[in-house]
Ligand binder design. Structure first.
Ligand SMILES: Nc1nc2c(c(=O)[nH]1)N[C@H]1C(S)=C(S)[C@@H](COP(=O)(O)OP(=O)(O)OC[C@H]3O[C@@H](n4cnc5c(=O)[nH]c(N)nc54)[C@H](O)[C@@H]3O)O[C@H]1N2
Ligand SMILES: Nc1nc2c(c(=O)[nH]1)N[C@H]1C(S)=C(S)[C@@H](COP(=O)(O)OP(=O)(O)OC[C@H]3O[C@@H](n4cnc5c(=O)[nH]c(N)nc54)[C@H](O)[C@@H]3O)O[C@H]1N2
Ligand code: SF4
Ligand SMILES: [Mo]
Length: 759
C-alpha cells in the first residue's frame, strides 16, 4: 500500500523481513531511493517499534556489493553473465553430477533467510521434491531443530509451538535467550523491551538463566549463571521438586496427557542436590524457582538458542514444556499457548485432535549414520559427506540463502571440502565467505523489490496476525525474484532443462497445491473440482497466488465462497497496517496431531536419551578448561549484514568476553589479543574482561570472520572479526536431533604471543 505524501516522496507500509519480530515499517521513498525507514505507528502489532537493523534495509537495498546479476566463476575471476547463460551452466554442472553419481551426490544447504522470504517458503518444497536427494541440510540443525523435534513428539507437529503469552503472564522464566537483543525468537513479538517492561509494571516477575549477564538479564528481577549445557539438569530438578512436593497441577490437561508415570520415574535421580554441581545453580535456588513457578497465578517457561544449540538440546527443549504442563500453564492464558495462524499451519488442517505424529530416520547419513528428521540430515554431517570418498559421496552443493562457512561448526573443514567439489551453485544476494566457492551465483531481488507475508513467523506469534506487504520498488531491469529462480532450478533438477516457461512451472506448482488441498479432510475445498478453485484464484502469479490459496483455505478464510466475509489475500492486502486476529486462546485437544490424540509427556526417544544426561551427573569441570558460548549484537543479523555501514560503525564488538578470574589465570589484560584454541582450530581476538560472564565460560559473538579472500564485502572486510565456528567441532552434537553444539565446547585461552592478524 502506498500513499503520496508530496510531489516527490511516497510512503510505503511494509513488514520488516529481517528478523522474527515482524515490525511494521513506514518507508519513505523518492524515485528509486529510500529516504527514510521508520516504525509504522499504525501497525496493529508493532505500534511504531523498530530496531537499528530496519535502517540497514535502506543500506542493503543500495549496497553496491549486493549482487544484481548472475555471476560465473572461472578460476579466481568472476564474470557477470545473463540469466540464460547462468542457468545453462547450472544445468550442465548439476545434471553432470546427477548423471555420473546419482541424485544423492547433490547436497543442498538452506540458510536462515529462506524462512523470512515468501518466495522461498512457497517454492522450496517443490524444488526439494524434484531434486530427490537425501542430502538436504539447513540452518535448522545449527538452531532450533531440538525444539521442533520435542514439540513434534509431544504435540504431533513441528510447528505446534507453545508460545509464551508474554502480554498476560505473571512470571516469565527465560533460559538461553536474549530477547532484548535478538528481538525474540520462536516467539514473534515486536518490542520485547516494551512487553517485558509492562510485565514488570503489572507486578510480574522476569527471571533469566544464562552464563552471561545479558541486556535481558540486566532488566530482569533475577539472573542466575548456569554452566553451559546445564539446562536439562536444572529443569529436570525443578520437575523433580514439583513432583516430590505434590505441586503439580496440570488441571484439565491431565485427561489429555499420556506418560505421566514414566515422567515421574525419569525425574527421580535429578534431585536439586545432584544437579547443582553440574549446572552451577544452588539447590535452594532450584527449589525456590520451582516453588515460584507453581505459585504464580500464571507463568511461562521459555528457552531459546542457549537451550537448543547445546549437548542436551532436545531434552532441555522438552523439559521447558514439561514444566509448563506440570504447573498448569500449558495452553492457558498467561501461560504458553498455541497460535491459530491465518495461513500455512499444519495444526489447523486435517482431522482435529489426531494425526500421524513424529517420524524420524526414513534414511540415515552415509558416513556417521545419523537419522533424517523432517526431510533433513544434521548439518554437522555436511562436510564429511563431501570429503569422504566412496559410493554416495556428495559431489555438488547448492546453497540457498545460507552462509555455512560462517554459521556451521568446523568451518575450515567445510571450506576444504567445498574446494574439492565438482560443482557448486548459490542462490544468494552476496559473494561472501560461502558463495565465493560457488561456480555460479544466482541473486534474487532486493528485499524491497518483492512482496512479503511472514508465513513462518506468524506460526509462533504472541497474537494472531495477518499482514501482507507489496513490493516497495519495481524490480530492477532484468532481475529475477527468488521464486522464479527456484522454478527454473526445479525444472533443471527435474531433468526438463530450462526450456519450460516459468508460468507453466508455476501452474504446475499451483495444481499440485490445489490437489493436496482438495484431498485434505476438513479443508473448505475438500472434494471440490480443482478447476473451480484455480479459476477463483484469477490471474495472479507466484507466491501471491499460493498465499491467497493458503489464506482462503485457512481457519479465517473465505473457503472460496463458504464464509462470505472470510479472509482472502485481497482483504488482507487492503489493510496496510496489518490485521490483528486476536490474542492466543486455548486449543487443546483439537490442536494435537499425535497418533494417540494425547500430549506425549514421555516420548520414547526422550526416555532413551535420559541415561546420557544421567551419566553426566558425575561430570566435574576441569578448572583449566573454559567453555565457549556465542552471543548476538543488536546491530548484527547472523553473518550477513556486516557490509552495511550503519550497522558496523563504532567500536569493535567481536571480542572475547572473559571473567576477571580467568583473565588473570590466562595472563590477559583488557584489550590484549587472546588466542583461543580447540581441537578444531584457533582464532585470535581482543579480550574484553567482564564480570558479566560466568567464571569458566568465554563468549565470542556469532556471525563474524569476514577476512576471506575472494569475498566481495568491502565494508565487512574492514570490520572482519573472527569466526567462532572455526573452534566448534562437528563431533559434538545433540544425540536426538543431531543439532550442532555451538554453546559449551571446551577451549584453551592464552595471551597471543605475537600480535597476529585475525585468524
Ligand atoms: N557459533 C554459532 N554459530 C551459529 C549460531 C550461533 O549462535 N553461534 N547461530 C545459528 C543460527 S540461529 C542460525 S539461524 C544460523 C544462520 O546461518 P545461515 O543461514 O547459514 O547464515 P546467515 O548468516 O543467515 O546467511 C544468510 C545468507 O543468505 C543471504 N540472503 C539474505 N537474504 C536473502 C534473500 O532474500 N534471498 C537469498 N537468496 N539470499 C539471501 C545472505 O547473503 C547470506 O549469504 O547460524 C547458526 N550458527
Ligand atoms: N540482533 C540480532 N537479532 C537476531 C539475530 C542476530 O544475529 N542479531 N539472529 C536471529 C536468529 S537467527 C535467532 S535464532 C535468534 C536467537 O535468539 P536468542 O536465542 O534470543 O539469541 P542469543 O542472543 O543467541 O541468546 C542466546 C543466549 O543463550 C546463552 N547461552 C549460551 N549457552 C547457554 C546454555 O547452555 N544455557 C543457557 N541457559 N544459556 C546459554 C547466551 O549467553 C545467550 O545470551 O535471534 C534472531 N535475532
Ligand atoms: S526487530 Fe527485527 S523485524 Fe523489527 S525492525 Fe528490527 S530487524 Fe526488523
Ligand atoms: Mo537462527
Amino acid at each position: 500500500m502506498t500513499m503520496e505524501t508530496s510531489e516527490t516522496t511516497t510512503t510505503h507500509y511494509a513488514t520488516c523481513p529481517l528478523c522474527e519480530a515482524t515490525c511494521g515499517l513506514s518507508i519513505e521513498t523518492r524515485g528509486r531511493e529510500v529516504v527514510s525507514v521508520r516504525g509504522d505507528e499504525a501497525d496493529v502489532f508493532s505500534h511504531g517499534y523498530l530496531c537499528p537493523k530496519a535502517n540497514g534495509l535502506r543500506e542493503l537495498d543500495a549496497d553496491p556489493d549486493r549482487l544484481r546479476q548472475p555471476m560465473i566463476r572461472e578460476g579466481d575471476a568472476w564474470r557477470e553473465v545473463s540469466w540464460p547463460e547462468a542457468f545453462a551452466a547450472v544445468e550442465a554442472g548439476l545434471m553432470g553430477v546427477i548423471e555420473r553419481n546419482g541424485r544423492n551426490a547433490v547436497a543442498v544447504y538452506l540458510g536462515n533467510p529462506n524462512v523470512h522470504n515468501l518466495s522461498m517458503t512457497t517454492y522450496l518444497p517443490g524444488f526439494l521434491k524434484s531434486l530427490k536427494s537425501q542430502n538436504v541440510y539447513s540452518a535448522s540443525t545449527v538452531d532450533q531443530q531440538p525444539k521442533q523435534i520435542a514439540i513434534a513428539m509431544m504435540f504431533g507437529d513441528r510447528l505446534s509451538l507453545p508460545v509464551p503469552d508474554i502480554d498476560r503472564t505473571d512470571y516469565l522464566l527465560v533460559l538461553g535467550a536474549n530477547p532484548l537483543v535478538s528481538n525474540g525468537s520462536l516467539m514473534t513479538a515486536p518490542d520485547m523491551r516494551g512487553r517485558l517492561k509492562k510485565l514488570r509494571e503489572r507486578g510480574g516477575k522476569l527471571v533469566v538463566i544464562d552464563p552471561l549477564r545479558t541486556l535481558t538479564a540486566e532488566k530482569a528481577d533475577e539472573h542466575y549463571f548456569i554452566r553451559p549445557g546445564g539446562d536439562a539438569y536444572l529443569l529436570f530438578a525443578m520437575a523433580h521438586v514439583l513432583i516430590a512436593e505434590n505441586l503439580c497441577a496440570p488441571g484439565r490437561l491431565a485427561a489429555h496427557a499420556a506418560g505421566m508415570e514414566t515422567l515421574v520415574d525419569l525425574t527421580r535421580p535429578f534431585t536439586p542436590e545432584a544437579v547443582a554441581p553440574v549446572c552451577g545453580i544452588a539447590p535452594e535456588i532450584i527449589r525456590r524457582l520451582a516453588h515460584e513457578l507453581a505459585a504464580a497465578p500464571t507463568a511461562a517457561v521459555y528457552g531459546r538458542i542457549g537451550t537448543c544449540t547445546q549437548e542436551f538440546g532436545t531434552l532441555s527443549s522438552w523439559l521447558v514444556d514439561v514444566l509448563n504442563y506440570l504447573t498448569g500453564n500449558l495452553d492457558r492464558e498467561g501461560g504458553v499457548l498455541f497460535t491459530r495462524p491465518a495461513a500455512g499451519a499444519p495444526n489447523t488442517q486435517g482431522e482435529p485432535g489426531r494425526g500421524r505424529g513424529f517420524m524420524q530416520g526414513r534414511w540415515h547419513s552415509r558416513v556417521r549414520g545419523l537419522p533424517e528428521t523432517f526431510g533433513e540430515l544434521p548439518t554437522v554431517c555436511l562436510s564429511e559427506e563431501m570429503a569422504t570418498p566412496g559410493e554416495g559421496q556428495v559431489r555438488a552443493l547448492i546453497t540457498m540463502a545460507g552462509n555455512p562457512v560462517i554459521s556451521t561448526p568446523d568451518s575450515s573443514k567445510l571450506e576444504r571440502a567445498m574446494e574439492n567439489l565438482d560443482f557448486m551453485v548459490s542462490v544468494d544476494i552476496y559473494m561472501n565467505e560461502t558463495t565465493r566457492h560457488a561456480n555460479v551465483i544466482l541473486p534474487g531481488l532486493s528485499p524491497l523489490e518483492h512482496a512479503h507475508y511472514d508465513l513462518t513467523f506468524y506460526q509462533m506469534s504472541v497474537r494472531n496476525i495477518a499482514h501482507y506487504s507489496p513490493p516497495v520498488f519495481e524490480r530492477t531491469d532484468g532481475g529475477q525474484d527468488d521464486w522464479e529462480i527456484m522454478l527454473t532450478l526445479t525444472g533443471i533438477v527435474a531433468g526438463a532443462g530450462t526450456a519450460t516457461p516459468t508460468d507453466v512451472l508455476d501452474d504446475m506448482t499451483l495444481d499440485g497445491t490445489i490437489a493436496r488441498a482438495i484431498k485434505t479432510v476438513g479443508s473448505p475445498v475438500y472434494g471440490r473440482d480443482p478447476a473451480t478453485v484455480r479459476v477463483a484464484l484469477g490471474d495472479q502469479r507466484g507466491p501471491d497466488r499460493l498465499l491467497d490459496l493458503a489464506l482462503r483455505t485457512g481457519p479465517y478464510g473465505d473457503g472460496f465462497g463458504v464464509v462470505p466475509d472470510g479472509l482472502t489475500l485481497e482483504r488482507v492486502a487492503a489493510q496496510p497496517h496489518g490485521m490483528d486476529l486476536g490474542p492466543l486462546a486455548s486449543r487443546i485437544p483439537e490442536v494435537l496431531r499425535t497418533p494417540s490424540g494425547k500430549i506425549e509427556l514421555a516420548p520414547p526417544l526422550i526416555v532413551g536419551d535420559v541415561e546420557r544426561l544421567r551419566a553426566g551427573l558425575w561430570r566435574r569441570s576441569d578448572p583449566d578448561t573454559l567453555l565457549l558460548i556465542g552471543r548476538r549484537g543488536l546491530r548484527s543479523n547472523n553473518s550477513w549484514m556486516h557490509n552495511l555501514p550503519s550497522l558496523v560503525k563504532g567500536k569493535d564488538v567481536c571480542t572475547l568476553l572473559i571473567n576477571p578470574v580467568d583473565a588473570e589465570r590466562c595472563g590477559l589484560s583488557d584489550g590484549a589479543l587472546a588466542t583461543v584454541a580447540s581441537d578444531a582450530g584457533e582464532v585470535c581476538l581482543p579480550a574484553e574482561i567482564t564480570a558479566a560472564i560466568a567464571p569458566g565460560v568465554v563468549s565470542i559473538p556469532h556471525g563474524w570472520g569476514h577476512n576471506r579472500r575472494g569475498a566481495r564485502l568491502g565494508v565487512a572486510a574492514e570490520h572482519a572479526g573472527v569466526n567462532a565456528n572455526i573452534l566448534n567441532s562437528t563431533a559434538l552434537f545433540d544425540h536426538i536431533s543431531g543439532n550442532a553444539v555451538l554453546n559449551g565446547a571446551p577451549v584453551r585461552v592464552e595471551k597471543a604471543s605475537v600480535p597476529v592478524a585475525h585468524a
